[in-house]
Design a binder for this molecule. Structure first.
Ligand SMILES: Cc1cc2nc3c(=O)[nH]c(=O)nc-3n(C[C@H](O)[C@H](O)[C@H](O)COP(=O)(O)O)c2cc1C
Length: 335
């Protein structure tokens, strides 16, 4: 049997295979962050397509934390009903459901509301962010906590904190974007404080599955590198899984994104950490995914654009690997 189609348990959660739909904004909400029919069809199709775990797109903890005004939101109890129904749709069709909890910080495209740890603008496509006061920091941390509580109420099996791609938590972590001189900046320990306080507070009420997505490299000499994250995760013992991406702190870099380009990062983290890790980025073929797992470079394979192109990517992968999987009744005849 392939590893790709073997089950795995992560903090009591059993996944039927190692295929994860990577969080991907689809910009199909209204300007209030509500779930629409398209979300049900889009995510439901990937559940029918036998993805083991589907992680919903970056879902914002506040209106100003959205990347765009078509992002999903989780800042209001009114969002709960739609999110619960969407979660149920995914689970009804045999996948586990996760949600990525996010705040865009200075990378928000909502005009004139952006906040960040420092007042450094990305470029002229964005509004200049207002530097967060200590009160703002406490407020945004509260928003993360309330949003996680809503995600639990909605029934998600996995909660993923978005600490990657140059969004707010990543902005605090990286010396490129964090120029603070107080307790939330000026040293690696202080830059990690914003994240660590959120994690500690989540663990006061949540024992379920907690993922974190990181950017293992800023691709800049003065930025964060995978070694910094090894150090960080030696101090963080309250997440269940690290989803290893890269980039996004500095826009417009020419990154050579060849097949599996981020796998070296997950491989390095896996070697140094005891918690499981995920690989993502141009992993488009079943054999490629299987090799990554066999070579112990990751525990789960996150698939993004290939799943947007083909909702049945996982079924095709099983076919390519000659795996007999439990297909939905509708497809049993045709395979
Ligand atoms: C349209 C699109 C939207 C994305 N939205 C998110 C997102 O909401 N959160 C996130 O962490 N990554 C996001 N990503 C990055 C993907 O999760 C993934 O890491 C990236 O596409 C590389 O994987 P792939 O080569 O399999 O597509 C997005 C990527 C695309 C193409």
């Amino acid at each position: 049997m392939s590893i790709l189609f073997s089950p795995i348990i992560i903090n009591k959660l059993a996944l039927k295979n190692r295929i994860v739909m990577a969080p991907m904004c689809i910009l199909m909400s209204d300007n209030q962050g509500f779930v629409k029919e398209f979300h049900h069809i889009h995510y439901g199709a990937r559940a029918i397509g036998q993805v083991g775990l589907i992680i919903l797109e970056a879902t914002s903890i506040s209106p100003e934390g959205r990347i765009t005004d078509a992002d999903l939101g989780i800042w209001n109890d009114l969002h709960l009903e739609g999110l619960k129904e969407l979660c149920d749709t995914i689970k009804k069709h045999g996948a586990k459901a996760g949600i990525q909890i996010a705040h865009a910080g200075r990378k928000s495209r909502i005009p004139n509301t952006a906040i960040s740890c420092s007042n450094v603008v990305v470029d002229d496509r964005y509004s200049a962010p207002r530097e967060m006061t200590l009160k703002d920091i406490a407020t945004v941390q509260d928003q993360f906590i309330s949003s996680v509580k809503r995600a639990i109420k909605a029934g998600f099996d996995v909660i993923e904190l978005h600490a990657a791609h140059g969004y707010l938590i990543n902005q605090f972590l990286s010396p490129i974007t964090n120029h603070r001189k107080d307790d939330y900046g000026n040293s690696p320990e202080n830059r990690a404080r914003f994240l660590k306080e959120i994690l500690a507070r989540i663990r006061e009420f949540y024992t379920g599955v907690l993922f974190i997505r990181i950017s293992a490299s800023d691709y800049k000499k003065e930025g964060l590198k995978v070694a910094d994250y090894i150090k960080l995760f030696k101090e963080i013992d309250n997440v269940d899984f690290v989803d290893v991406s890269s980039g996004g702190i500095v826009d417009g870099l020419e990154i050579k994104a060849k097949a599996g380009y981020q796998v070296p990062f997950s491989k390095t983290l896996k070697k140094h950490l005891t918690i499981p890790v995920g690989a993502v980025g141009k992993i488009n073929k079943a054999k490629q995914a299987e090799n990554i797992l066999q070579q112990n470079k990751a525990d789960l394979i996150f698939v993004g654009r290939a799943l947007n192109r083909n909702p049945n990517w996982a079924i095709q992968a099983a076919y390519d690997l000659k795996e007999e999987i439990d297909l939905p009744k509708a497809y049993k005849v045709s395979f």
